[in-house]
Design a protein around this ligand. Structure first.
Ligand code: 5AD
Ligand code: SF4
Length: 450
């Protein structure tokens, strides 16, 4: 999400004549796009802000701005605490950046942290940053209305709003015409994407057309998948309480929608899920997993887990471990609970699981996922996988890396017959070995579509 926001900001500033740079050295303006999701993320940003003092000493007229969730959460306090910061801009205020920069040029420090109910940056054509020319992120909605008890996002990113499907389609078509082969549709909860067809009323304003059916996430997935069979489609993040069979059916009937679902469970205990305000039980979650496996037997499934949420007992933690063993996730992002100001949990429940217990439980979760995912990868040895090549492997220049449609990293030798594999190639790969996080194999053929 943050990467995608940086691309929108780069686009807004490109119109003002700014160019992007790969280093703060000599830059006129440094913008730090920030995350507030856990305390550690904010701590890292604070250190990064401090580093900016050094660059300002070398180039005193350099300006420093803080964007995103921390800007929203801390507002004017950031200017008070960090003298090096010149401007603070929340996630819905990026269009005001040129105006704010004028204020800064006039010697003032500037803040805009207004949240919006409408802003989607819909028509802004993002400038692709750090692009491999093959894969791109496309934001389909902003904000979140869910109020999970641990989560700061509803406070920093505001109310949920969906982007016009036409502008999403246009962006994806444009990416295809530029040679991109994969898009990831992004939203905090993509399953609640909805768009009411609009018409212009007598006063020239856009208004939802009455009697027209709502265009939902399943419809959007089909729309994007139908743009080109050579375009792979991924999305993130799904929400267990909202993920419908209709979405799974669209996935199953479009071969270019990848066989991969990221479905954060957070905890395997219904009591903890209730305290977390997640809106589903362990049984409901397992039913959604069963639906994925029924409609897409080969799909990879990943999840997010939080250990040591308020009041989590040893038995409740054991329920998480048992769920991990039952589902056998291909991958998981795992975190210790970190209390965030203003959230429901911060107001309602004491953060009472000791740090060392959170850490020990996290390690048990990591070990359990590692065991199940390495067994999972081994079963692909001997199989053929279609891999979209993304670039040269970080470990060895003799190899390329790409991903299977289950999102598993696959390593293949760069040399193929009399030529070389290149980023953007779809390659059929015979898998010969596997680790917990990747597959290795030999290219057999270049194929047309993913
Ligand atoms: N503490 C720890 N992890 C958190 N997440 C969100 N908020 C918190 C928090 N306060 C995790 C959740 C979410 C992922 C993006 O970050 O697992 O799914
Ligand atoms: Fe946060 Fe829950 Fe919204 Fe995800 S769905 S962004 S965890 S409030």
């Amino acid at each position: 999400m943050n990467h995608s926001d940086s691309e929108i900001v780069a686009s807004i500033l490109a119109k003002e004549g700014y160019e992007t740079s790969t280093t703060p050295d000599g830059a006129d303006l440094v913008l730090l796009n920030t995350c507030s999701i856990r305390e550690k993320a904010e701590y890292t940003v604070m250190q990064r802000i401090n580093e900016m003092k050094h660059y300002k000493q070398v180039k005193p007229d350099m300006k420093v701005g803080v964007l995103g969730c921390m800007a929203e959460r801390m507002r004017e306090d950031l200017l008070k605490q960090k003298k090096v910061v010149d401007l603070v801009v929340g996630p819905d205020a990026y269009r005001s950046l040129p105006f704010l920069l004028d204020e800064v040029d006039g010697g003032q420090r500037a803040v805009n942290v207004l949240l919006s109910r409408e802003e989607t940056y819909g028509e802004i054509e993002p400038v692709r940053l750090d692009s491999n020319g093959v894969t791109a992120f496309v934001t389909i909605m902003r904000g979140c209305d869910n109020m999970c008890a641990f989560c700061v996002v509803p406070f920093t990113r505001g109310r949920e709003r969906s982007r016009d499907p036409k502008s999403i389609e246009n962006e994806c078509r444009d990416l295809v015409s530029k040679g991109f082969k994969e898009v990831t549709l992004l939203g905090q909860n993509v399953d609640s994407y909805k768009w009411a067809p609009q018409k212009t009323n007598n006063s020239g304003e856009q208004q939802a057309e009455r009697g027209k059916e709502i265009f939902d996430f399943a419809d959007l997935l089909a729309l994007v998948a139908n743009i080109s069979p050579a375009l792979r489609v991924r999305f993130s993040t799904s929400h267990p309480k909202d993920m419908s069979d209709k979405v799974l059916e669209v996935m199953a009937t479009h071969s270019n929608i990848c066989n991969y679902v990221h479905l954060p469970v957070q905890s395997g205990s219904s009591a903890v899920l209730k305290r977390m305000n997640r809106g589903y039980t362990r049984e409901w979650y397992l039913d959604r997993i069963a639906a994925i496996r029924r409609l897409m037997p080969n799909a990879a499934i990943s999840t997010d887990i939080i250990t040591g949420f308020c009041g989590e007992t040893e038995e409740e933690h054991q329920e998480t471990l048992s769920l991990l063993k039952e589902v056998r996730f291909d991958m998981a992002y795992m975190f210790k609970y970190s209390e965030r100001p203003k959230t429901l949990a911060a107001r309602k429940y004491p953060d009472d699981v000791p740090e060392e217990v959170k850490g020990r439980r996290l390690q048990e979760v990591i070990d359990t996922v590692a065991r199940t995912s390495s067994v999972g990868n081994k079963r692909f040895i001997g199989s053929e996988q279609t891999v979209l090549i993304e670039g040269v492997s970080k470990r060895s220049a003799a190899n390329m890396f790409g991903r299977s449609d289950r999102y598993t990293t696959v390593i293949v030798p760069k040399v193929f017959g009399n030529s070389f594999l290149a980023a953007g190639d779809y390659v059929s790969v015979q898998i010969s070995s596997a680790t917990a996080s990747s597959l290795q194999g030999e290219a057999i053929a270049i194929v047309q579509n993913g």
